[in-house]
Ligand binder design. Sequence first.
Ligand code: NDP
Ligand code: 8X3
Length: 257
Amino acid sequence: MEKNVLITGATAGIGLATARIFAQHGHNLVLTGRRQDRLEKIRDQLDVGEQVDIGILRFDVRDSHACEEALGLLKDKNFHVDILINNAGLAKGYDAIHEGKWEDWNQMIDTNIKGLLYMTRLVSEGMVNRGSGHIINVCSIAGKEVYPKGNVYCATKHAVDALTRATRLDLYEHGIKVSQVSPGHVEETEFASVRFDGDEEKAAIYTDFNPLTARDVADTIYYIATRPHHVNIQDVVLFGAQQANGNFISRSGRLFD
Ligand code: NDP
Ligand code: 8X3
């Protein structure tokens, strides 16, 4: 049955790939992000290709009032979110703790933790009233392990991991599933470019191995979202075959191109 799906951070990477899969399967979408031009372009592309309703909402998940306003607009239109995909997030900087930058730390904490919390709070209230819903958080291997210079990003994703588990405890008796995906490195995203502030040389971290693609993660999210009513997949940890864990990558070339 078709669902109403809200995806945060749908202008690029994993969020965009996820939007494509849900659209291909006939689900109605609300796509969000900060870049209006991207949102419009993606809506137009998906509208042409797929017969689905696609709404776009431009806002910054760090702004609680903007999140409230966006959800208010959906409420006015009687649009109930069946599936919330909390995907918007980023790593900013790659510094040892004694060299970290306040603004990088604030941006990661405000986006990855507080933004996810605002959206969860606002959407889950309606889900509880209706007695159904599914929240899928995009965590990371950085939510399970730490690596050098990953300090604050890893801390934010550990917080996501804790919030996924804690949210499930609060919502499972209301008929709401709470799940997450926890990928290792993922290409076809802007992740590395954002982390290294657009320095493409530093961001070229996938040249000597095949990481996951955004599509791989999107497939997993779609699988989680489409299990029968009585099944909740709590967490999927996934890597490209050349990555063993958060710290070990076989940089032996792109074997799978
Ligand atoms: P991208 O940079 O390609 O996509 C990030 C998305 O988040 C964009 O659509 C961006 O949209 C949105 N976003 C960022 N900040 C905000 C904000 N303040 N308000 C609203 N939207 C925002 O990266 P990925 O696709 O890789 O990242 C998606 C998620 O996956 C993140 O949570 C990331 O931590 C996680 N992840 C990524 C991995 C990887 O290796 N790539 C591995 C594991 C997890 P816009 O700029 O338009 O606002
Ligand atoms: C992104 C994967 O390993 O760069 O969450 O932290 S990693």
